[in-house]
Design a protein around this ligand. Structure first.
Ligand SMILES: [Zn+2]
Length: 255
């Protein structure tokens, strides 16, 4: 039975996600940005929280854990590299490990870049990727603790997933990401359409999560660092994609 996946806003711009297995009733929250918002989402659907799958240790991803664990007694899966810094961690996971939520199962990928401990959860049977702050709709996370090359490698791995993979990211920054994508890839009609869609969604109080790998490959300037148009936009025609990626990321930091 396919998973029910519910997304909702937390805090200012974080995105909460619940992954519910209808066969067993198990339910995982991806990160725990805000206890009250997660509880509300669970109660609206009549789901019981059995797991919290943490993507990285930043406060806006773990601060709801203690309250949720006290309320539901759920099992907390934390990145291996930061398990000691994640409150209430019961289990740690890194590259190649499997995490099971009822009958659903995810493969864990190390995706350093935004921070050194970052992991992503790939539910292959669901074609659903929970990517935390590695990739965003039309953007990517800031590179803070790892190298630009490590971040590029993490994004390249995502780009190798099937085009119809649904991508759930940890924040909604789509309007500012759309502005940057228009500046970096101005001739790309798919970016223009997507930017207009992002504006419409924001006016209606929606956000563009999940996205798909196919949509991101067509419009996300960071995944498109291997395209000549993007290399030209940072004066790096002919340079390898990892160098173009680093230049794009540095430009976005100042944008
Ligand atoms: Zn973060």
């Amino acid at each position: 039975m396919p998973a029910d996946i519910h997304v909702f806003r937390c805090l200012q711009d974080n995105i909460g996600v619940l992954v519910h297995d209808p066969a067993t009733g198990a339910c995982a929250a991806i990160d725990a940005p805000e206890e009250a918002a997660v509880v509300r989402a669970l109660e609206e659907r009549g789901w019981q929280l059995s797991h919290i799958l943490v993507t990285h240790r930043h406060a806006d991803h773990v601060q709801g854990i203690a309250g949720l664990k006290a309320r539901y007694g759920c099992r907390v899966v934390a990145p291996k590299k930061s398990a000691s810094e994640v409150p209430g961690a019961d289990q740690s996971a890194g590259e190649g490990d499997r995490v099971v939520v009822g009958d659903l199962s995810a493969e864990v990928w190390d995706t350093p870049g935004h921070c050194r401990d970052h992991i992503a959860y790939w539910f292959g049977a669901e074609k659903a990727l929970f990517a935390g702050d590695t990739i965003f709709t039309l953007g990517c996370g800031r590179v803070m603790e790892s190298s630009m090359d490590e971040m590029w490698h993490s994004l390249e791995r995502f780009a190798g997933l099937p085009d119809d993979t649904r991508v759930y990211s940890g924040h909604d920054y789509v309007l500012s990401n759309a502005k940057f994508a228009l500046a970096a890839d101005p001739e790309n009609e798919a970016v223009q359409r997507r930017a207009a869609e992002a504006e419409r969604a924001a006016k209606e109080g929606r956000f563009l999560v999940p996205s798909t790998i196919g949509e991101e490959k067509a419009t996300n300037p960071f995944l498109r660092a291997g395209e000549p148009a993007l290399a030209r936009s940072v004066d790096k025609a002919g340079a390898p994609a990892n160098e173009v990626f680093a230049a794009l990321r540095e430009w976005k930091n100042r944008f």
